[in-house]
Design a protein around this ligand. Sequence first.
Ligand SMILES: [Zn+2]
Length: 269
Amino acid sequence: MMGPSHALSGAAVWLSGSWALQHFYDYEQSPLALAVGTAVCAGGALLPDLDLSGKVTRNRGGATVARTFGVFSLFIAEVVEKISLGVYYATKLSRDPKRNNGHRTLTHTIPFTVLVGWGTTSLCARYGKWAVIGILFFMIGLALRGLFDKWAERAGWLIVTLVSAGAAVFTAANLPGDRGYPMIGLAVGVGCFVHIIGDMITRAGVPILWPIPIKRRMWTPISLPDKIALRAGGRTEVVFVRSALTVVSVLAAIGLVAPSLLQKLDLTL
Ligand SMILES: [Zn+2]
């Protein structure tokens, strides 16, 4: 799956999940909390591909997400890729093939998803607003890069960085601390998980069972069979999947906001 589809699927899952929580369990969120959760989940759905390194010194290569904050995020991607490759070699069994880069290994596993979600939540709990600002800044940047890819490309990384910073500071100042923070960690984790599923249905093998050894392999790639899998970046993905995800997101957003809007109208009439 390509960046924008990953980001859209994160947004769609968060919005429809929030709608279901509100509809069936009366769990309501403020419009700001909803927007933040959606942005963070969309950003989280791009996070695993921060393991695709480029050439930092020449400012080239890397996944689209790796270019969000220019050469800085390209450098982070380089580090993540090397750590992932290290973990691959440290845990590989005799039938796991040799690799020379860590793409689609550690960051595409369930333990990583859980670790990132838990890590985010504990950072927010421990360091409060400052951690929230830092995390929101990073995740909103990724979300902008993914959801508005054409704009982000035209605007350049500096503008994306400034917009994310502004949005992060505004949000942290307005988000109530009592229930906003655990949602941030959950949104990052859910986003990562959605990414892994997205890769699996587009023929890209993902070691989703790691660290369960199967036939002397620890990093068994799992994907849908070629016949039913989507081709990454193909017409079906770009046209059909993206439209469907957009429709789901919009419907869920309307479903979430409409009841309280109607209520307000009722009160004023
Ligand atoms: Zn991926």
